[in-house]
Write a protein that binds this ligand. Sequence first.
Ligand code: ATP
Ligand code: AH0
Length: 365
Amino acid sequence: MRVLGYMSGTSLDGVDAAIIDTDGHEVQHFGPTAFTGFTDGERETIARAVEAGLRWNGEGAEPAEFAAGSAALHDVHLRTAGKLLARNRGALDLVGFHGQTVLHRPERGLTVQIGDPARLSEDLGVPVVAGMRQGDMAEGGQGAPLVPVYHAALAARVGGGAGPIAFLNLGGVANVTWVGADGALIAFDTGPACGLIDSLVRSRGAGACDVGGALAARGKVDMAALGAMLDHPFFDKRGPKSLDRYDFSLEHVGALSLVDAAATLTAFTVEAVALAVAAFPEPPRRWVVCGGGRHNATMMRALAQRLGDCRSADGFGLRGDFIEAEAMAFLAARSRLGLPLTFPNTTGVARPTCGGEVWAPVHYV
Ligand SMILES: Nc1ncnc2c1ncn2[C@@H]1O[C@H](COP(=O)(O)OP(=O)(O)OP(=O)(O)O)[C@@H](O)[C@H]1O
Ligand SMILES: CC(=O)N[C@H]1[C@@H]2OC[C@@H](O2)[C@@H](O)[C@@H]1O[C@H](C)C(=O)O
């Protein structure tokens, strides 16, 4: 199947898209990719939906802001498809659509993504698989992370010898997938990645993110603040476990200078990843890093110091900025084939579980 996967992640930077050819087990061909950044207006509209989602907290009627957020997202998804399909005339069989998470409360079986898969299917003329977190939650899972089964499919490409490897995604939130030498999977969210750092940098009027980790490189880690952040109850929980992007706050670094706060938050991300190792039967022999955080050289240096062999996915011929989008395509294909998306050791779901709901354009036969 030729499948277009879309992801708009928690960092609210825009929409990633990638086309892959897949049979739901392996990737036969990596097709083109595209990213469309949100305009300032779109970002504000979508951020308002996220803020409204947090206030709403799943109680009472859905906030009115969701509709405007969905409409803005839809436009960005269509623009992104325009770029991809103009360059790629081969027919698409399917689309995998994530949408924008506006609330994630796994302890209450609630995960909410805005977006309009029905309209997307109409406008693209292709069936769209969406709602892939909900099937997992209905069976008692966390609804996240979803990408581990895709990481497993990529593992052979980065293996290079015996022993377990780990994929680490550094987006707004960080998640890890441990792939054993026999293909066993263990996965969970580890803690924040870049989301808190972005919030810090924005709140101090210093841009949208710590580009290259330049701020953190000039700062000093505040051990008291780091200790206080690592005291969060999330780190006492055993996995599988998952996070809402806003589960952590800036309160412990509020009094620090910008560079010291950036250094401390960067250390927080790294230490939270290091804590994950205790959950694995053996330490990974190699860490493969995906997501925008791998552009943060200070974070990458600290991770390598803490974890050992820890490198960007790009060094293995993978597209580190598009792995989540590719994963949405891969999961959509698996959903159509009735194959499981999530597993007891990746989301805590009761049994390997398929999921996703398909939206077909009315003229589609
Ligand atoms: N050049 C750069 N230097 C430092 N950080 C960067 C750079 N480019 C991107 N980032 C960071 O990468 C993050 C975005 O990564 P990515 O697009 O993988 O996240 P996401 O998919 O939105 O989030 P999630 O994976 O949590 O859903 C931003 O939060 C930003 O801080
Ligand atoms: C609820 C939600 O949207 N979670 C995201 C977020 O961003 C990273 C991490 O937290 C991960 O659990 C998940 O995204 C990826 C695509 C996943 O489900 O695997």
